[in-house]
Write a protein that binds this ligand. Sequence first.
Ligand code: ZN
Length: 63
Amino acid sequence: MVAAAERLVPCPQCRAPSPYSPANRWRPFCSPRCAGVDLGAWASESYHVATQAPADADDNPEQ
Ligand SMILES: [Zn+2]
């Protein structure tokens, strides 16, 4: 019997097969680079929204 074969999942970033196991700290990504790209996009988008909200609320035109 094969001992707990590592399950391979496609990396959301580059589609490369990556092991979905506790040994892979970047799961479901294949590498820190792929995981960092995704987190960076999410963070920048959140930062963008956060910086726009106060200005929009403070300077609200009557239109
Ligand atoms: Zn990848």
